[in-house]
Design a protein around this ligand. Structure first.
Ligand code: PGA
Length: 258
């Protein structure tokens, strides 16, 4: 059984005061949810607040994730953050978010190197994939997403792949208020993502990897996604900045295996 995982990607939002306030507003409810182990809850604040969020959530069962990292271990890489710098504060790291790929030109090769570096440093990658609007409209989603999965998995062993979380985030659904449909997202995840994983590692591995949906997830539409057999949770942007809404989204995770 795959434990549902709900992650809040705060992106480049909050400051020290509001990050603290947000965690304090969600802490009790989220820790109750996380305590029984039936759902995993992850908060991904900006780098400067990782230490604070880690401190505030320690012992609660709420987990912390970084939004990015570099693949080199140390050295002359001004402005970058190495995987080993994150492990004291974070358990997860988001890799290959479409905003990183599009705005910061991260290639499939870079994404793959980052996954290797994260795993080598005991961080659990949340690997993002997803197609642009044009690709979607041209009916090329399957080919695109399979290609991203193949590229991201280069050189990874089956055991490493089992430990990954993958987030399917169609770019046209991110921050647009125009979410995919539950059935549509489930089809891409089941056919393209698990299909690609099955081709590479066999059906058993494909069925053990947790795959989230991301893109305009709200408290209102989460049920539509969580009930889908191939969707194991959500990567939530905007709605994770509102305490009550994110709590409601995480609570929906409990419906997954009930
Ligand atoms: P959104 O962002 O929920 O604001 O659409 C999702 C994401 O980019 O992870």
């Amino acid at each position: 059984m795959r434990t549902p995982i709900l992650a809040g990607n705060w992106k480049m939002n909050t400051n020290l005061a509001s990050a603290t306030e947000l965690v304090n507003a969600m802490k009790n409810d989220l820790s109750q949810l996380a305590a029984n182990g039936n759902v995993h809850v992850v908060l991904c604040p900006p780098f400067p607040y990782l230490a604070r969020v880690n401190e505030l959530t320690r012992g609660t069962g709420i987990q912390v994730g970084a939004q990015n990292m570099y693949y080199e271990l140390k050295g002359a890489f001004t402005g970058e953050v190495a995987p080993a710098m994150l492990v004291d504060f974070a358990e997860y790291v988001i890799i290959g978010h479409s905003e990183r790929r599009q705005i910061f030109h991260e290639s499939d090769e870079v994404v793959n190197k980052k996954i290797h570096a994260a795993l080598a440093n005991d961080l659990k990658p949340i690997v993002c994939c997803g197609e642009a609007l044009e690709t979607y409209e041209n009916g090329e989603t399957d080919v695109w997403v399979r290609g991203q999965i193949h590229a991201a998995m280069q050189g990874l062993s089956a055991d490493q792949v089992r430990g990954l979380v993958i987030a399917y985030e169609p770019i046209w659904a991110i921050g647009t208020g125009k979410a995919a449909t539950g059935a549509g997202a489930n089809a891409v995840i089941g056919i393209s993502i698990r299909g690609a994983l099955a081709d590479l590692y066999g059906e058993d591995v494909a069925q053990s990897v947790r795959v989230q949906y991301g893109g305009s997830v709200t408290a209102k539409n989460i049920d539509e996604f969580i009930v889908q057999p191939d969707i194991d949770g959500a990567l939530v942007g905007g709605a994770s900045l509102k305490a009550d809404e994110f709590i409601a989204i995480c609570r929906a995770g409990l419906k997954k295996n009930s």
